[in-house]
Design a protein around this ligand. Structure first.
Ligand code: FAD
Length: 484
């Protein structure tokens, strides 16, 4: 009689592509039974969510590094081509049966499609008598844990941040032991290269775009260390100036989970002990709090995942349908130098500085009065860090349709923002070569220069009157809602 294979345990990887500070992997390795791991590759899902080519490249190459790291630990990683999330539960059930899996360890995800996938997968596991254990290692504070005095989810950031901080001070995650191969387990061979190569061939990314980035866990952890050494202390002072590398540039790593948010938090927390670093570390921890804030918003208000605005009355806003203006914004040809430099940075590098994301998003939604959902999608098509919760949160903040958003009458002046945050036009000149030689005096408003700049457009809209138009449109939307 053939011997029954020993029962194994499984780690299901998603946006947590790392071996360090990976709670599901740690628990699986501690279990005692042989460990396997799986990743369901869902390219149709990527298509329907407009995931950028650069992000696909980042995930696939990070997956390759993960496969090799796991192989050294003696854990095989299987990449299963599932197409869409809908196909996953059945394939998951088959996988559990094929490999005699007794228990699954998995990082929780909180978006609508992900929750549907996970509920159906849990049913498949239960039918086979397989236990599943979830971990919240993608966030610092689990999304439904904190609530206001009235027992409701937080929708305003400042009180959320206070409560978030308090919870972390007493319950914050302890650092996990570093992962080591278990005694008696031999390294294995990672077999997923062909699937990754084929998927990369479908991505067809220009090599000049990916050349600017390093994928994988090792690069992400190195980046974290280098940020802590060079820029964390000055983070608060420098983070708003796009010409300076003053931020961590860890967003791609945090959204794909090649670095653990807990590791980031531990590092920043220890920096709080050093007076020279305290201010920067405090401020940076605040950004990690924004990350959790938008994740808990998505978990508590799932309608946001299907294009609904948070503020119901803004559903009635009559956005402009001017295609030429939208194209000018997409291509960085609005005639406003900072907005154009921002858009070109996004398209050329796959990333945009946070200050510029706000400036550019506000310009699209307030100055051009174009629907925030179009901008949200355009960002997703280009961002290496495209992250549904943060992107949706950022867009709804800028468009004043979201939770704790900028008030609708707050409109950034693209010229004033440019003068404040790129005073000498250093950043603008980097991405808008047409303005490379222009005198500093005209860099923010080239249309005022005595001689027109060749090849650079005049402003596509006038800044004057924007605030009044926006105010009128928001008031009209409110009246429509009240009259219904
Ligand atoms: C319109 C708009 C769209 C955005 N889209 C995304 C997106 O798709 N993906 C994404 O990760 N961030 C997004 N952000 C937030 C922010 O711009 C980026 O996280 C940040 O620019 C990334 O650079 P960094 O890693 O150097 O950040 P740092 O300043 O070093 O911050 C550290 C980390 O904190 C998190 N973080 C920082 N700011 C925010 C924020 N406002 N909201 C949520 N998390 C934050 C990120 O994970 C970031 O990597 C968006 C913001 C706006 C205004």
């Amino acid at each position: 009689m053939p011997a029954t294979p020993p029962e194994a345990v499984l780690v299901w990887f998603r946006n947590d592509l790392r071996v360090h500070e990976q709670a599901a992997l740690s628990a699986a390795l501690a279990d005692g039974r042989p460990v396997r791991s799986v990743y369901f590759l869902c390219e149709d899902q990527w298509d329907s969510h407009h995931v950028a080519a650069i992000r696909r490249w980042y995930v696939l190459e990070s997956l390759r590094e993960l496969g090799e790291s796991l192989a050294r630990l003696g854990v095989p990683l299987d990449i299963v081509e599932a197409g869409s999330f809908r196909a996953v539960p059945d394939m998951f059930g088959e996988y559990l049966a094929r490999y005699s899996i007794g228990k699954v360890f998995v990082g929780r995800e909180y978006l609508r499609n992900e929750l549907d996938r996970d509920r159906a997968s849990a049913v498949a596991a239960t039918a086979l008598g397989v236990e599943m254990q979830g971990f919240d290692h993608g966030v610092l504070v689990p999304p439904r844990l904190l609530s206001t005095g009235q027992g409701r989810p937080y929708t305003v950031f400042s009180p959320y941040r206070r409560s978030w901080q308090k919870w972390l001070d007493s319950h914050g995650p302890a650092p996990l032991a570093s992962e080591k191969r278990k005694r008696g387990t031999a390294p294995v061979k990672f077999e997923g290269h062909r699937i990754i190569d084929n998927a990369l061939a479908r991505v067809a990314i220009s090599p000049s775009l990916s050349a600017g980035w390093q994928s994988g866990e090792q690069a992400a952890r190195d980046q974290l260390k280098s940020f802590a050494l060079t820029s964390l202390a000055g983070y608060q002072r420098q983070r708003d100036f796009p010409a300076i590398e003053g931020t961590s540039m860890l967003s791609a790593a945090l959204s794909a989970g090649t670095v653990s948010v807990a590791e980031c938090w531990h590092l920043a927390r220890s920096a709080l002990q050093h007076p020279a670093q305290r201010e920067g570390a405090e401020c940076w921890i605040g950004e990690l709090a924004w990350r959790d804030f938008y994740r808990q918003i998505m978990a508590n208000f799932p309608q946001l995942a299907v294009g609904e605005p948070f503020r119901a009355e803004t559903r009635f806003i009559q956005w402009s349908s001017d295609e030429a203006l939208f194209q000018a914004w997409c291509e960085g040809r609005t005639g406003y130098p900072l907005v154009d430099a921002a858009q070109r940075q996004l398209v050329q590098t796959g990333w945009m500085h946070n200050r510029l994301r706000m400036v550019s998003a506000m310009f699209l939604t307030k100055n051009l009065f174009i629907d925030w959902r179009r901008g949200e999608q355009f960002f997703m098509r280009h961002l290496i860090d495209g992250d549904f919760a943060a992107n949706n949160g950022g867009w709804q903040w800028s468009a004043s349709t979201g939770t704790d958003a900028a008030p609708y009458f707050r409109v950034f002046s693209p010229v004033r923002q440019s003068q404040r945050f790129d005073p000498d036009g250093e950043f603008i000149r980097r991405y808008v070569p047409e303005l490379a030689e222009i005198d500093n005096k005209w860099i923010h408003e080239p249309w005022k220069a005595p001689n027109p700049v060749s090849g650079y457009p005049a402003p596509v809209v006038d800044q004057a009157g924007v605030r009044d138009r926006v105010t009128a449109a928001f008031r009209a939307a409110k009246e429509i809602m009240e009259s219904q």
